[in-house]
Structures are given as structure tokens and as C-alpha cells.
Ligand binder design. Structure first.
Ligand SMILES: [Zn+2]
Length: 525
């Protein structure tokens, strides 16, 4: 009992002393970890360009708001002295301008310079950013970060499984992981794991992993074929977590890669980090072979066909709402979002010419000048103006809409202003800026009722959960655009060949693990 009291007293004194120390002294005991990153997936097959404001960059303390696991009272927040710099996250879109990229990178580097040295860096990226005139932007960004923070700092990189892992990204990072679910319901869990791994390696003194196995896999598939909700994606990705439980493995990931950019880095990758050479190597090879073995089993998550067949089946179906994904210009995958091809095809059909034809909602088409004109006319007024094809007019010109204005709504974060115009039996949503329609409330706040509508056509890929649960039937349409799901139509020039499924009869590739040199050594090109 006496001993216990003495120990308790000592503990109290120690704890009390620590508490009374100045922050400076306290912080010296904690590892110093910086946070930085830019996230976007951008299509090089779209004429759209992405500018700096699209990243909605958060700076300094505001960066924490992305990460609930780093909230002020969280355990992880207390385990380090955090130095957040800049974190930007943009809706998928077209290629990022060089000016936007340079500006965001320079600002990040300037902030990093002010607080060196760092024990760690939490690098939070998507991995499918395309920048005008620059290959592998994330790899470039990381090298420039290394030039500021040096080679000693442990970098832990968090990625989307639709990102690309170039060899130089693999070399210059130390820890790396990606999501294991698509749709990405585990995004935050994955980012937390990135941070947990970093803290564990710093606190335990184990430091950088001894081995990083990297295997490029010559497979390039669209996200709409690789959902982990269905086979073979489900079983393939189910192998990842158990692989990381092996002694000697820190983390493992399977990257599907991004299909709508045309660079040598666009392909699938497996990467495993750890301290046991054999286990790290074998684990990576086992995952890579598992992926290769099921490559031919990937199919679109819903029946997929031409738009003509989709709309004809929807018109004759007795299941409503009949949903059609207008996939080729899906703004959530990187399409410009203003391709008018599908809408023009709908409006040209005789079934929708009169107001008592089958009801159809089209979501959506950007048309800033249309919106301006609609505001001047007002709700219930008749409007005749064009919308769409400001950015991507390769497949169809601006579409003329003659109809009644049913609603004008202000304040949406993405669309800013939304107008509903009824043309024949079609309710067309025209927006000031492009916006993906994912939720029921996106429709109901405009006075539309998708549940009571015969046909709902959405610029989207696979249906997000709310639309999925609402659908009576669903088809995915192979429409043209910057994120055309028919990869054969894209005309790649720079990806590695042969590539599955573009080169159907290719031989089995070499899937041996490549051990990537440590970030302590040279920075490769
Ligand atoms: Zn993704």
C-alpha cells in the first residue's frame, strides 16, 4: 500500500511537472509531423481545364477539419506536434493548369520551409491529378517536398485506389496505402491508417520500412467495372486487410489506377511495405497474381449498352423510376459535365415532344448564360435559349431549350444557381456551374420528384447509394465524353502496351515484385 502511494505520488509529480512545463518544452518531446496534399482526378481526354479555386484549398489550422481523427481532443492529435500546411480537394475535372499547380505547390513548400525539421509528413493525395505539360504531378510534388524537408523525414502517403503509383512516387514515399472499398466508404478509415502507421513507426523508433515491394500490373479498367460491392472486386480487395496482419508487413494496397489520363503511369499497381523481405515480396506477388487471374471477370456494375437502347427500354418499361447513367461525361470522374449529346438525343425523340409524354428528368447541363436569362424572365415564364457545350463541344453543339421555367434555386455549393425548365415532357436541370446530382434532396429542393418520374437520366457512373435504392430499374449508357467508359474509343498514345483489356491476347506479364530503394538514397527521375 505504501509503495503504491509512493508510486502514485511520483506519478502525480511527474505528470504535474509535464503539465506545468511550457508548450515549447512539451512539444520537444512530441514528433513533429507536417500535413500536405492535393487531391483531384483529372481527365486528359476532356478539353476542360481546372483552376486553382476548384481546389478550395484549406490552409494551416483549417486543414484539421478534413480529419475527424485529428480533432482537438483525439488521441492522434495529442501524439504529435502537427504542422498543417495546405490541403486542396477538387471535384474531378479536366487537366489542372500549370499555373494552378505551381501556385499551390509553391505555397505548400513555402509553409513547409518555415517549420523544418520534421519527423514525419502525412501526404494526402488522390493520385490521378493531370497537369498541363507535366507527367506524374504527384511524383513531382513529392520530390519538391523532399528537396525542402530532406530525406530523413518519414513520409506516409494516403491515396485513392483510382490513383496511380509511379516508381518515383514509390521511392520517395516511405509508407503508402490506399482505400480498400469502391464506392470509397473507407476513405477516412484509410487516411487514419496512414497517420496511425506513421505515428507507430516514429514512436517505436522503427522508422522507415526496410522494404517496399512495387508491382506494376498491365491492367487498366474503368472504376465502373471495379466496384468492391460485386465480384471479382469484392473478393480481390478482401485479401488486402488479412495480408497486412502478417508479421513483417506494415501495409498493402491494390491500386486500380486511373483510366482517363494518357501517361506511362496509368495502370494498376500493388504495393506492400514492411520489414521482412520475403513476406513483403511474397505478399505483393500474391496480390498481383490474384488481380491478374480475375482480370477477365470484371464487368460493369449494371447492364451497359448504347444510349439508344437504354432510352428505348426505359420508354417501354413498366418499372419507374427507370434510371439511366449518362456515363461518358460524368463530372465525378473528370468529364467537363457540359456535353449535350445525350440531352439532344432525348429532346429529338417524338415521345417527349408533348407535355403529357413520359416524364423524364435530365440532371444536368451547365449553361451560365441560360441561367442569367432565366433569372430575368422568372418562374412560370417561357424561355428560349441555349445551354451546354461551352467547354466540350466535340460531340454536339449547345442545345436549344424552349420551355417553361419551373424553378430557380440559389445557393448550392457546386451549381450556385439551378434552373428547371420543362421542354415537352422533359424537366431539364440547367446549372450555372457543373454539379453531380447524387441525393434525393438535390431533386426535391427543385420541386422535382424523382420517385414519381418515369425516367431519370443522370450524368454519373455507378449509382450512388440514394439513387440506387430509389431505382426501379437501371441501365448504364455508353455515351461519349471526356470519361468515355468505352476505353477503346479514347485513343491512348502514351500508356504502356500491351495493356489489358485493350490488348486482349497479351501474354502473362512478369509480376515479380520490384524492391524499391529507400527514400534515403537518390531521388530518381
Ligand atoms: Zn476513387
Amino acid at each position: 500500500m505504501k509503495h503504491t502511494l509512493v508510486i502514485l505520488t511520483l506519478l502525480f509529480i511527474t505528470y504535474g511537472c509535464k503539465k506545468n512545463d511550457s508548450n515549447e518544452v512539451k512539444n520537444k518531446e512530441l514528433p513533429r509531423i507536417a500535413i500536405a496534399g492535393l487531391a483531384i482526378e483529372s481527365s486528359t481526354f476532356s478539353p476542360a481545364l481546372t483552376h486553382e479555386e476548384a481546389f478550395h484549398a484549406r490552409v494551416g489550422e483549417d486543414v484539421f477539419s478534413y480529419y475527424p481523427f485529428l480533432s482537438p481532443d483525439s488521441l492522434n492529435r495529442k501524439r504529435a506536434e502537427w504542422i498543417p500546411t495546405i490541403k486542396g480537394h477538387a471535384l474531378p475535372g479536366g487537366t489542372v493548369t500549370r499555373e494552378a499547380y505551381e501556385s499551390l505547390v509553391t505555397k505548400t513548400l513555402d509553409m513547409l520551409k518555415k517549420n523544418t525539421p520534421y519527423d514525419g509528413l502525412f501526404f494526402d493525395i488522390h493520385g490521378a491529378m493531370s497537369v498541363v505539360g507535366l507527367d506524374d504531378p504527384e511524383g513531382d510534388f513529392m520530390i519538391r517536398i523532399r528537396e525542402v524537408i530532406g530525406k530523413k523525414t518519414i513520409i506516409s502517403t494516403s491515396m485513392d485506389l483510382h490513383g496511380n503509383v509511379s516508381k518515383r512516387l514509390a521511392q520517395n514515399t516511405d509508407l503508402i496505402t490506399c482505400y480498400r472499398l469502391a464506392p470509397h466508404e473507407d476513405a477516412l478509415e484509410s487516411k487514419k491508417r496512414t497517420v496511425d502507421n506513421l505515428l507507430d513507426r516514429i514512436e517505436s523508433g522503427k522508422g522507415k520500412p526496410k522494404y517496399k515491394a512495387w508491382i506494376p500490373i498491365p491492367i487498366l479498367l474503368p472504376g465502373e467495372m471495379t466496384s468492391t460491392r460485386i465480384e471479382p472486386g469484392r473478393s480481390l480487395y478482401a485479401k488486402v486487410a488479412p495480408a497486412t496482419f502478417k508479421k513483417g508487413v506494415i501495409d498493402a494496397g491494390i491500386w486500380i489506377g486511373y483510366a482517363w489520363a494518357d501517361e506511362p503511369r496509368n495502370h494498376a499497381v500493388v504495393m506492400v511495405t514492411g520489414d521482412d523481405k520475403n513476406i513483403v515480396t511474397n505478399t505483393a506477388e500474391s496480390l498481383a497474381n490474384s488481380f491478374w487471374d480475375v482480370r477477365s471477370e470484371f464487368e460493369f456494375v449494371a447492364p451497359t449498352t448504347t444510349f439508344k437502347e437504354c432510352i428505348e427500354r426505359a420508354i417501354t418499361s413498366d418499372k419507374h423510376p427507370f434510371m439511366i447513367s449518362d456515363m461518358g461525361d460524368n463530372p465525378t470522374a473528370g468529364g467537363a459535365g457540359d456535353v449535350t449529346w445525350t440531352l439532344a438525343k432525348i429532346l429529338a425523340r417524338p415521345e417527349f415532344k408533348s407535355s403529357n409524354g413520359p416524364s423524364l428528368i435530365y440532371a444536368s447541363i451547365p449553361g451560365p448564360s441560360f441561367v442569367e436569362k432565366a433569372i430575368k424572365i422568372g418562374v412560370d415564364g417561357t424561355i428560349e435559349a441555349s445551354a451546354g457545350a461551352d467547354i466540350d463541344n466535340r460531340f454536339s453543339p449547345p442545345v436549344k431549350l424552349l420551355g417553361t421555367i419551373e424553378a430557380i434555386e440559389y445557393g448550392d455549393k457546386h451549381a450556385e444557381i439551378e434552373v428547371v425548365v420543362k421542354v415537352g415532357s422533359v424537366h431539364v436541370i440547367v446549372t450555372k456551374k457543373r454539379k453531380p446530382y447524387h441525393k434525393e434532396i438535390d431533386f426535391t429542393r427543385l420541386g422535382l420528384n424523382p420517385r414519381k418520374t418515369d425516367i431519370v437520366v443522370v450524368k454519373i457512373g455507378y449509382l450512388v447509394p440514394e439513387l440506387y435504392s430509389m431505382r426501379a430499374d437501371w441501365l448504364m449508357a455508353l455515351t461519349p465524353g471526356g470519361v468515355d467508359q468505352d476505353l477503346n474509343r479514347l485513343g491512348y498514345k502514351r500508356i504502356n502496351r500491351p495493356m489489358f483489356p485493350l490488348d486482349k491476347n497479351m501474354n502473362r506479364p512478369n509480376l515479380e515484385a520490384q524492391l524499391i530503394s529507400s527514400s534515403n538514397t537518390i531521388i530518381i527521375e
